[in-house]
Structures are given as C-alpha cells and as structure tokens.
Design a protein around this ligand. Structure first.
Ligand code: 4AD
Ligand code: MG
Length: 451
C-alpha cells in the first residue's frame, strides 16, 4: 500500500483497502472483546478510529503509547472512516505512573503544558498550533512569491544594531586560546574573530535594503534576537520576523496597501486551509470581520489627542509625554472599531536613524506601526531616509560600521520602504492564543533557554 499518513488515509483510502499506520494513541476504551482507540500521527487534527480484538498484544496499550497497526479500512456506523485492525505492535509504552504528564481526556492549562516543551507536541492543541505555524510560513512565502518578491537570506551574525536600542546579544567564540591567537594590537578580545564586535541580528532590514537596491522587491523571513528583560506575554528573546523591502516606493500609503493586502491574503488562505487547527487554539475567540474592512489610519498626533480626551479611562490619567504604551495601543484599537489600525507619522526622536523625515514636519518620520486587537503592535515599518547628509546630521554618532549603508545612497540611490512583521505576534492574533511562548516550538525568554 502507498498510504503515507493519517491525513492521506482520510483523503485517499478506499473501503476494504489493507493499510499500515503508525502513531500515538490519543484515547482508548478497552472492552471485553474489543478495544477502541483514536490514533494521531500529527499529520492532521483528525484522529483515526481503530477497532481491534482485545488480546494479549493489547496489554501494554495505554494512551500516549506509540503503535504500529495494520488493518482493513471500514466505514464506521457514523459514516467515518475507521480501521479494523488485524495486527498491533506497541513501539513505546507510555505510563503516567512513570511521570508522563498528560493524563487521558484531561484539559490542561497552557502554563502547565509549557512546562514540558519536549512533550507538548503530543498535545492536540499544540500540534494544531504548530501545523498552523507551518502553514502560515508557507502561505507567506507563496504570497510574496506570487507578488514578485525575491527571498534573501540576511545574516544571523552581524556587526550592526539595526534598531539602535542596545538589545543585541554579543557573539564571541567560547575558545579563549583561539581568540588570543587571533587578536591584533589595539583590538579587544571580543573583536578578535571578526575584527569587529559581532551580534545576533535584531533585524535583517539594513542588509535587506542593500538587496532592494538591485533586486527591487525583497524579503527575509528568519529568526531575530533581542536581549530585553521582558517576560511579558508578547516578548521573546528569539522570534521570527518577516521583513520586506521595496524599492521605488515613494509614500507611506503604498506601503500600507502592501501590508494590508499581505495580511488579508495570507489570513484568508489559512482560514481556507486550516480552519480547524486555527479554531483549536481559540482561548479568545478571534474575530475576522477585519478581513472585509479597510484598516483605519491614525496619525501619532491624532492618537495623542484621542488618549488625552479619554484620560479618564486610564487609572492615572494621560499626559502626552507618556507616549504610547501597550495599554494605550489597546485602547486606540478599541476606540477605532476593534480592527487593525495603522498608527503613522511618529516623532523622529523616538524612532531609529533610518526612518525618512516627514517633508511636511521635520520633527516627524514617515513611519507606521500596525496595531491589532488584543495585542497591539505586530508590525513596524517606514520609508527609509535616502538623504545621506540628513542621516549624518541627525545621527552624528553613526558608526563607520555603517559606511556601506550610507554608500547605498551614493550610487543609484532610490526611495525605499519596508516593514517587519513579528511572526509570533501574528500567530497570536490569528489563533487567539494569549501567550507568545505558546506559538513557537522552542521559546526563549529571560531565565529560560532549556533544550
Ligand atoms: O518594530 P521592530 O523593532 O521593527 C524592526 O525591527 C524593523 N527593522 C522592521 C523593518 O522595518 N524591516 O520589530 C518588528 C516587529 C514588531 O512590530 C513586533 O511584532 C516584533 O517585530 N517584535 C517582537 N516579537 C516578539 N518578541 C520581541 N521581543 C519582539 N520585538 C519586536
Ligand atoms: Mg516597533
């Protein structure tokens, strides 16, 4: 037989066909004559019902055990496909008394499940989440490909701190002897390997900009790293970011159109392809009315005005100097109809050096954040400053490490713009999951780097 996995069986198996299948027992009912079990191999949220004779081979059969089963495909009384097993082999037993943390038919909290990162792929919800994550990765690549973007692998190890927020992790070889053998006069040991300090990237944007100055429409989708001492439900030390950069982009409106189209298109594809997996994780029922609405656009100054005139809503009032915190973001989203919201034209002095000055107001930059219900910021983006002199004037401390970046503006310079989507934050939004640690296979956060 050439049936591969359980998804395959539901799609392709014929009644009467003899097949072999391997997986984990999800639930089990032993009767005198017969045993009923539900089998999963992770290929789909669906479980394959299996009926087998209750004999000696069933002794080690428990929920969680891994099995190898052969049998004949039948239709069950409720019209579902099921397997009448003729042979059973238990590969690996699974005994709660030995410390297996998941008892049959029990619901566990996310906090509980998170304690077992190596075992949580066995739980229905986490498996659903990881399938959704996989489908979302593919949907993003497919969509950008269909829009003519070139995928560029930007580096993980880099000599710049793109965001300039001092949140980089340093990269140095562990081997001190090696470093001593490489160090040159005047260099510190940590610079010896690359002849410069090196970091884990916080964003591939700057390298992506160089690619856009030659390939026009580019993106990168990989891990990024931030050393923030934040243990909030929205921050990770290692997270995935989708970043796109587009040449010949002259205004923020065009960038917003690109972002809105991407989010709606990818989300529709996913609701089409894996709605049940998405729904399996709804701690908060997600609402997709935004798929048919245009995202509102609010300027920073308008947002401050809204917050000021609603200051009673906040425990300690609101003063414009406070800027826009998470609480304020969430308020603004609710205020604007509880759909994704573009917050644009940010004060220059709180944003990174690469953002383009607003020609109408030199205290502002042509930047945007996309805020979504329940989460707040999931995207940051901007037009890029392509006037070298302006960059040098407003950021005189810019290091010679970034000479190459300024040189992009010297030869064949073009207006560009782009954005970064926090992939895990998008998954929270899509699936209605509360905590970012539950939408990434192996979360890292302060005090946590197990496995
Ligand atoms: O707003 P950020 O810092 O923007 C950039 O890095 C730009 N260079 C992107 C670009 O224009 N190419 O980060 C982008 C997004 C945020 O909106 C947020 O969704 C996510 O990355 N993000 C995090 N996600 C999880 N954990 C963290 N610690 C995050 N920090 C940022
Ligand atoms: Mg940001």
């Amino acid at each position: 037989t050439n049936i591969g996995n359980i998804l395959d069986i539901f799609q392709n198996a014929k009644l009467g066909q003899e097949i072999n299948i391997k997986g984990w027992v999800k639930s089990l009912r032993k009767q005198k004559e017969r045993v009923f079990l539900d089998l999963s191999d992770g290929s789909t949220w669906k479980k394959l019902q299996i009926v087998l004779p209750h004999n000696k081979s069933c002794e080690k059969l428990t929920t969680g055990a891994s099995v190898n089963i052969s049998g004949i495909v039948k239709s069950s009384p409720n019209g579902q496909i099921e397997l009448n097993a003729t042979e059973l082999e238990v590969y690996g037993e699974c005994v709660i008394a030995d410390g297996y943390p998941f008892a049959p038919r029990k619901q566990y909290s996310q906090e509980y499940i998170r304690q077992y990162p190596h075992l949580r792929f066995r739980t229905n919800n986490f498996a659903s989440l990881i399938r959704t994550r996989s489908a979302a990765t593919l949907a993003i690549h497919n969509y950008l490909d269909s829009e003519g973007y070139i995928n560029v692998h930007t580096p993980i190890i880099t000599s710049n701190d793109c965001e300039g927020a001092g949140e980089v992790f340093k990269v140095i070889p562990e081997n001190k002897e090696l470093l001593k053998s490489m160090v040159k006069e005047g260099e510190s040991l940590e610079e010896a390997f690359f002849e410069t300090k090196a970091f884990l990237t916080v964003s591939g944007q700057l390298q992506l900009e160089s690619a856009a100055h030659g390939l026009s429409k580019v993106y990168t989708f990989g891990p990024t790293f931030r050393a923030e001492n934040s243990r909030s439900r929205l921050h990770l030390s290692e997270f995935y970011m989708l970043e796109a950069e587009v040449a010949f982009l002259e205004n923020l409106e065009d960038l917003m159109v690109i972002i809105e189209k991407l989010l709606k298109n990818v989300t529709k594809t996913l609701l089409d392809k894996c709605e049940t997996d998405i729904n399996n994780n709804q701690e908060n029922k997600s609402n997709f009315k935004w798929l048919d609405q245009k995202f509102p656009i609010v300027t920073y100054d308008e947002a401050i005005g809204i917050l000021k005139s609603n200051q009673n809503y906040f425990e300690s009032g609101y003063e414009p100097e406070e800027g826009i915190s998470k609480e304020h973001e969430l308020f603004l989203v609710k205020y604007c109809g509880n759909v994704p919201l573009f917050l644009v034209n940010w004060p220059k002095d709180i944003k990174p050096f690469y953002m383009k000055e607003d020609p109408m107001d030199s205290t502002k930059v042509l930047a945007l954040d996309l805020l979504v219900p329940g989460i707040g910021e999931i995207i940051g983006g901007s037009l890029r400053e392509n006037d070298c002199e302006k960059i040098k004037r407003s950021h005189p401390h810019i290091t010679s490490q970034l000479d190459w970046y300024l040189e992009l503006r010297k030869f064949g310079s073009v207006p560009t713009g782009g954005f970064g989507l926090g992939f895990e934050r998008y998954l929270l939004f899509l699936t209605g999951t509360q905590n970012i640690k539950d939408v990434i296979p192996f979360p890292r956060w302060p005090h946590n780097c197990n496995m």
